[in-house]
Structures are given as structure tokens and as C-alpha cells.
Design a protein around this ligand. Sequence first.
Ligand code: SAH
Ligand code: SF4
Length: 443
Amino acid sequence: MNERDSEIMSQALAGSGYVETMEMESADLVILNTCSIRAKAEQKVMSLLGLLRKQKKRHPEMQVCVAGCVAQQEGEKLVERMEHVDLVVGTQNIYQIDHLLEHARKNPGYIAISMEKDYTIPVFLPDQAMGAAYTGKGDSPSIFRKFVTIMQGCNNFCAYCVVPHTRGREVSRNVKDIKGEIRVLLESGIKEITLLGQNVNSYGQTNIVTSDGAPFSFAELLHEIAHLEGLQRLRFTTSNPKDLSDDLMKCFRDIPNLCPQFHLPVQAGSDKVLKRMNRKYSIARYLELVEQLREYCPDIALSTDIIVGFPGETDKDFEETMGVLERVRYHGSFSFKYSDRPGTAAEKFNDKVDENVKKERLMRFQDRQDEISLDRNREYVGTIREVLVESASGKALKGRTVTNHIVHVDDTLGRILRPGDLVDAEIYHAGQHSLKGKLARMK
Ligand code: SAH
Ligand code: SF4
């Protein structure tokens, strides 16, 4: 979501003549597009801002802008603490970044934060700046893979989560706008689209929006998009299991270009903890969903998010989380130590778990996940997998399978391959985080 927001700001600025640089020291404008989902992400922003204060002393013309969730959350407090910040831009205001920067030039410390209930995501079509966005990661996937936002905000108020506070209420985007944006991307050569929302499963349940005003489910949206010409791979993220419908699960069986990969955050393995988290599903229900998904799509690669050390989590509760890991045997997972977020329900819970206990639980979970990921990856050895090439330098190619596994491919056939090409690779080695393969054929 933040990556897409960075891209939108980059596009808006390119239209006003800004040119991107990877060197912060010489930049005339630095935008920190921030995430406040966990305390650690927020701390990083603050230390980077400290660095920028020194830099601005040497280069006073430089504009410093803070955008995204920390901006939304901290607002005026940010400018009070960090007097060198020229502009604070909220999550719904990024589309006007170019005008806001102009304004901030005359009014340093300007704050543009709105939180409209009936906010509509503007149509922001890709232009000549496409592919220019620096997303903070090494290989920019922009030239063949794109994210498309289908909804903003969230209504779920999970007890630990800051998203409903920083991104506001859930709004689903108009089907016509979504399809229009994807069509333009496909016409420009994009092959893979990832639909983005905090809980895509509830797409269309609130504030919806088709061109004729009729309700539209996420499963229906997937069917609509999947047959757009030129779309080779379709993915989506992320989903709260409480809203996972049978129709949506069937999409993995029925839509050929929907990638067999599903990120289904479970968060915790104990019903008691899930209840306190306000997740609204039980572990039995979650496991039923997993079983059903595997029945519809036996090849599906499942991943999850886990929080360890949620307030009140006992050793026994944590063992139940380990139990879910053993039962599901996820291909991969993102796991985090619980951290207090401002304004959330859990922040006020008084049975916080000791930091060292959280650390130990996290290590145990991650070590076991690594072993399982390796075992899962080994299942691919000896098989032929389709790989969408992401980067190619000489004979070393890197790309991803439909299951989102990274594959390093040896170009034994000596073809000249470019990012965006589709190839078949014979997998001969499995590591914990990636696979190795030999180029078998071009597609
Ligand atoms: N909408 C998604 C989650 C998006 S936030 C869902 O409902 O599953 C991404 C992940 O950050 C969450 O799944 C959760 O595991 C983690 N997270 C969110 N708030 C957190 C907190 N306060 N402490 C630790 N991890 C947190
Ligand atoms: Fe946060 Fe996801 Fe829960 Fe929404 S559904 S409150 S984004 S964890």
C-alpha cells in the first residue's frame, strides 16, 4: 500500500518537473513516506528525520516532507518536534503533493491532513513517469508488475491495529475506475497486477460503487478483472479470514490467471487471544478455510502474519500458535512482536508481555518457520516452474513463480532475456528464502 502511495507521489511530482534521485544528500526534496503499523517502523522515521535536520542545516533550500501514516497520526506534533519539516501530508492528501509542496514553500511547516468519511480514491492513471518510482527496494518491479488500490481504510478495529485510525473508514473503489486503471497498465506492457486493500475480502460491503451503483463482491471483481486482455498474473493482498467467502475460495480453482498464492493472516493460534484481538474467527474456522482452499486449489502456497506477545498471551496460548504453524505448514510468514500503537484498544490493556518473553517467542516461531519453508521449498525441486523474470544481468536471471517464490535462474540456453519475460525453469535447489533453477524454455 505504501509502495503504491510512493508511486502516486512520484508520478504527481514527475508531472511537475521533479526528477528522482537516489542520493538523499544532494536532493532538493526528501519525502519520507511513513508506516506506523508497528513501533519499530515509526522509530525509523524519527531517526531519519534527525539525520535530515543536520542535512538541512548544510542545504537550507532542501524541502523535507513527511507523508503517510505517521504524518496522519502525529500531524502538528511532528512539526513541533521537528521544526525542519516543511510539509506533513496525510494518507488521503498525497494526490495533491505537488500543489502542497508549492504551498509549503511559502508556509514552511504546512500540515495537510484530511480524513473524509466518503472519500473517493482519485483515478490516478499511470503516465510517462511510470516505472520511475523509487520504492526503497533494490529492484523496482514497476516495469512489468503493478499494484492497484481497490479499497482504502478499514472498519475492523482489531485491538492492536492503528490502520483504522490512520487510514480511516473502509471505502471500496468504483469497479469502472479499477478496470480503467488496469487496462491502461496492461496496454503499457504490465503483466502482473496485485490488487491492494487492508481487507480485500470485504470489498463492496461498504460504500460501494459499481458504475451502475449495484453491489459487487470481491469474487465478482476478480472474475471481471481476470479476463482483461494481456493480464498474465493476478494477485491480491491482504485478507482478514473472517470475511473469506466460498465464492472467493473458488476463484483459486476457477480463474486460471489468479496466482495460487494466498496471504491469510491468522495473527494468533489461541481462541482466547483472537477474541481479545477482536479478529472475529476461531482457529477451528480458520483451519476449515485452509482445508477448503487446499481442496479447491491443491497447489496453493499459503502465508500468514503472526503477532507474538499480544497482551495476556500465556505460554500455553503461544504453544497454540506454534500448533497452527505445524498444522498449516505455511510456505512463509511475517511475524512480529506486539507493540503498542497510539489510540488502539490493546494499548490500554494492562497485562503486557515482557519484552524478553516476546523476543524468545518470536525467535522460536521464526526458526521453526524457516525449517518449514525449507521443507516446502524442497517440494519444488525436480519440477518445472513458470518464472516471470524480474531482473537479468548476463546469465543470471531472477524472477518469481506463480506461488511468489523467488527463483534464481541460470540461463543455460544463452538467450537474451529481459525483465518481464516468461520462462520455464527446472528447479534444482531449494533454499529457505529462494529457489534455483535452470532455464528450460522460453514461453
Ligand atoms: N489487514 C491485515 C493486516 C495489515 S497490518 C489483516 O487484517 O490481517 C500487517 C501486519 O502487521 C498485521 O497482520 C499484524 O500481524 C502486524 N501488526 C499490526 N499491528 C501490530 C502491532 N501493534 N504490533 C505488532 N504487529 C502488528
Ligand atoms: Fe488492521 Fe487488518 Fe484488523 Fe483492519 S483487518 S484493523 S487493517 S489488522
